[in-house]
Design a binder for this molecule. Sequence first.
Ligand code: HEC
Length: 332
Amino acid sequence: MKRTLIRAGVWLLLAGAAVGLQACSALGVAMAPAKKATAPTPDAQALAGDFWLALHGGDYGRIDDLLERHMREVVAEPGDALTLFHTGLLHAWKLSERSREPRNARVVEHAIAARRLFAEAAQLDPADARIAGFAAGFVMTEAAILSNEKQLRQGYFQMQDAVASWPEFNLFTSGYVMSANPPHSAPFTEGLEQQWRTLDACFGAKVSRQSPDLRPYLSQETQSGRKRACWNSWIAPHNWEGFFLNFGDMLARSGDMANARVMYQATRLSGTYEQWPYRGVAERRLANLASLTDALNKAPDNEPERVTMNSSAFSCMACHQASGPPSVRSGS
Ligand code: HEC
């Protein structure tokens, strides 16, 4: 009896110490000073200039060199949210357009790096909902690769917050991430609905799901405020074309060929359609609509063109490339 009591007492003491330690470590972390954001240095600004040259030039081959130079800047200035964001974007670009290169498993390391860098940038610059969107997207992408359902749901809810902060930008981002799923799965269907909702948010009207006509909204084009994310800009010179190319792909994969045709044709409503490096892709999709559903849904591994845009060799460049040769054959 006495020995049992003593034993119970010892266990209680040990348990108390464990709870105390846990509270102590939580408190210790909470008391740590918050990381301070710092503005990009002149070096970082010059580096951003090179970043934009490569992105707008479609110069995928420069990513490795740029990653080295960006990481040096991150190590020197770990509080610079812009450089952290751009470093994450270089990893994201490398991963997204992997079908430009022979298959290699280590490409998934770019998802892991991007997720971590976006999280760090988002913490330093919580006001930029674009960073929050990429951060949530890569929590989901990494979770999908590692098949971690808890992390996937965490990313999903994180994405909902990002969508609420900037719907015109992040409804697309969210749906684009979910377009990686099979065509009749719940996440794919939700992602497709989010492309429709992007139109509603952009144009301030419920766009017809039966016979959509986008021409009446073209006069709303703007370069400022949240609605700028709906149009072409210096940052994303063919955002309009890229958005509708992906929308067409998602509709085609779901079997809705009438609307897929409308969305592929909508790429031509852009004033800079003729300069778009990927117009050949839209034209070839339109010319082969009958076989497109199967082609996109059953694309072989590492297929660069006849695959849903999210997995293609123009996954980022469809919107961001202004000059230079396309990553797939040009012409129609
Ligand atoms: C559907 C078109 C589209 C696709 C696809 C797309 N983006 Fe963007 N991107 C945009 C738009 C729109 C913006 C916001 C522009 C703004 O802030 O005015 C943006 C913002 C950016 C920025 C700006 C960061 C800054 O410093 O301001 C970068 C860099 C970028 N995207 C890189 C990428 C990368 C890398 C990918 C592929 C993983 C990608 N984007 C895919 C349309 C797109």
